[in-house]
Design a protein. Structure first.
Length: 149
């Protein structure tokens, strides 16, 4: 993306001022005149007040451009900070969500009967084994009694 530079009214005024004053700068000659005196060379005649106004206008335009630039820069910074804060909050919420999901999964696994190591489950297993053994002994005894008669 190429950046497009636009010349604003201050830039045009600056170029105009430079164009008007360029002959003075190029030849480096100036003469202070009193009212009614003829000018010693061809050129543009400006009063001290006009030069001061041009200079003041130029300084005001520069200050305005600096303020606009600072505003645009702060707007971009604010926009970038807002985007960063939004992404950072989204990241933190995602991390928290996944941590809660992992805790729930671990809790569900711990609640499964195979991982339930309570005293009640141990006694249930022992009672089932003893009951199964007693039933088996009773059946074998009954079958042996029937055959012996």
């Amino acid at each position: 993306m190429g950046s497009k530079k636009r010349i604003g009214p201050g830039g045009i005024m600056l170029f105009l001022l430079m164009g008007l004053l360029f002959p003075l700068h190029a030849e480096e000659k100036y003469t202070e005149l009193q009212q009614g005196e003829p000018a010693p060379y061809a050129g543009i005649l400006l009063t001290k007040e006009a030069i001061a106004k041009i200079y003041a206008d130029q300084e005001a335009e520069i200050a305005k451009l600096k303020a606009e630039h600072e505003y645009q820069l702060n707007t971009v910074k604010l926009s970038d900070n807002t985007k960063y804060d939004l992404l950072n909050m989204r990241y933190k919420l995602d991390v928290e969500m996944y941590q809660v999901m992992i805790k729930n999964r671990d809790k569900a696994i711990q609640d499964m009967p195979i991982y339930n190591n309570s005293v009640k489950s141990d006694w249930s297993m022992i009672g089932g084994f003893i009951l199964g053994s007693v039933i088996t002994v009773g059946i074998v005894y009954s079958i042996d009694k029937i055959q012996s008669e």
